[in-house]
Write a protein that binds this ligand. Structure first.
Ligand code: INI
Length: 176
């Protein structure tokens, strides 16, 4: 990442909502996310982390953060792993709908860093910073979206608003 992009995220204020359920996965997502924010220049004192019991509880806290005017972006982290019950489908559908709704209702970028997998092994792989690194990707998406929203809102800007060249996801392979 270039020095220019590192400076671009300095001063950004980021809220993170992280589920405790499947802590062995969400802990990794959270660490990778805060590490990447730090690398991108976001100061520790500008990051607030809220832990919630499970993914189902993420949207409410994300909405409270987004409405507070204290954050430029909110990152949601969780891991929903399929069991033998329909619980998985209900939680996935509610958390994805809720997170999307928060962004549209508040105009604050709200990043979907919730893994939805069939197995624990898949979730661990996607959280691993040396593999899919979805926590790091969530941080990069947040920074990119703050920059995009600022450019879109700025008067007289008509050029390409994507600052993404230095913020590519770790793996382009399809994975949730
Ligand atoms: N919460 C998760 O974050 N991941 C899961 O895989 C999960 N499963 O499988 O049940 C889960 N359930 C808890 C749920 O999110 C709520 O915390 C709970 O229902 C209380 O509202």
């Amino acid at each position: 990442m270039t020095q220019k992009k590192l400076r671009a995220a300095a001063g950004f204020r980021v809220g993170i909502v992280a589920a405790r359920f499947n802590q062995q996965v969400t802990g990794k997502l959270l660490r990778a996310c805060t590490d990447t924010l730090a690398v991108c220049g976001v100061a520790a004192h500008n990051i607030q982390v809220a832990r919630v019991p499970g993914a189902f509880e993420i949207p409410l806290v994300a909405r409270t953060m987004a409405r507070s005017n204290r954050f430029d972006a909110v990152i949601c982290l969780g891991a929903v792993i399929r069991g033998d019950t329909p619980h998985f489908d209900y939680i996935c559908s509610e958390v994805s709908r809720g997170i999307g709704q928060v962004a549209l209702d508040t105009d604050v970028p709200v990043i979907f860093g919730v893994l939805t997998t069939d197995t624990v092994a898949q979730a661990v792989e996607r959280a691993d910073p040396k593999k899919f690194n979805r926590g790091g990707d969530a941080a990069k998406s947040a920074i990119e979206m703050v920059l995009v929203m600022r450019q879109v809102k700025a008067v007289g800007k008509t050029s390409d608003v994507s600052p993404s060249s230095g913020l590519r996801p770790t793996a382009q392979r399809r994975a949730n």
